[in-house]
Design a protein around this ligand. Structure first.
Ligand code: 13P
Length: 265
């Protein structure tokens, strides 16, 4: 399903390496049943393991829900055993592809250069890249957060056209907040998001800066998401562990839908 043109607030589920095929189908059914008032201001993106992408895509019937991969190879085709390319993601219905998650950077040694090549492969295939950036706790303590974000952005978005930048989703995930239960404060997230947006303006254009969606991820739960929704420059939330339970995830979707409708009314 093609993502829509207007800037919708993102509620992203990153299942990581969880769920069976049967569980994923049950989840999508329950998600659709639970979407009480489907609206056009919020977009749910399910980033699921490769093995479930096709089945989950076929199960999706709501225009609110899109499907994404959690990684991609930077080449379109070829002798790359075990890899999945962007055209293959498109072929099974993925509208999004995540690149540069800190777990891939850590366990698969992905550099910003690799992330850039993968994001460009996604753009070539008409898939929207979700590019993850974020600082370690050590970098934050040493006052290097903004330097790190700037360095990552300069390399990860290198060679993008303004149009491509507008379509790209930036997932700001402070590494110290992932899987720890320590969500960033609204002030910390606001500072990072504002900085990233100004940087996109400087590197691309005001239009790119206003259109690019900047999403916060790291220990977002149904119990704490409301605090994060107060951040001015936030265009969405990325959810790991709390997205595995469909009821909890629906709780997050509901709170985001309420917050978005309050902001525009
Ligand atoms: P947690 O929500 O489990 O902290 O994971 C966040 C994440 O990595 C989303 O991409």
């Amino acid at each position: 399903m093609e993502p829509q043109k207007e800037k919708r607030f993102i509620v992203l589920a990153n299942w990581k390496m969880h769920k069976t095929l049967a569980e994923s189908i049950d989840y999508v059914k329950a998600l659709h049943e639970g979407l009480q008032t489907p609206g056009d201001r919020v977009e749910i993106i399910l980033c699921v393991p490769f093995t479930m992408l096709g089945a989950v895509s076929r199960e999706v019937t709501s225009s609110m829900v899109s499907v994404g991969g959690q990684d991609v190879h930077d080449r379109d085709w070829g002798a790359f055993t075990g890899e999945i390319s962007a055209p293959m993601l498109a072929d099974v219905g993925a509208a999004y592809g995540m690149v540069g998650h800190s777990e891939r950077r850590k366990y698969s040694s992905e550099t910003d250069e690799v992330v850039n090549a993968k994001a460009r492969a996604l753009h070539r295939a008409g898939i929207v890249p979700i590019v993850c950036i974020g600082e370690t706790i050590d970098e934050r303590k040493r006052g290097l957060t903004l330097n790190k974000l700037e360095r990552q952005a300069m390399v990860c978005f290198d060679g993008f056209s303004g149009d491509e930048m507008e379509r790209t989703v930036i997932l700001y995930e402070p590494i110290w907040a992932i899987g720890t239960g320590h969500i960033a404060t609204a002030e910390q997230a606001g500072e990072a998001h504002g900085f990233i947006r100004r940087m996109i303006e400087r590197l691309f254009s005001g239009k790119a800066a206003s259109m690019t969606r900047i999403v916060y991820g790291g220990s977002v739960k149904h119990k704490n998401v409301s605090d994060m929704l107060k951040v001015k420059d936030i265009d969405g939330v990325g959810v790991g562990s709390d997205s595995l339970d469909v009821e909890n995830f629906l709780g997050i979707v509901e709170r985001c839908t309420e917050a978005v409708s309050m902001k525009i009314s």
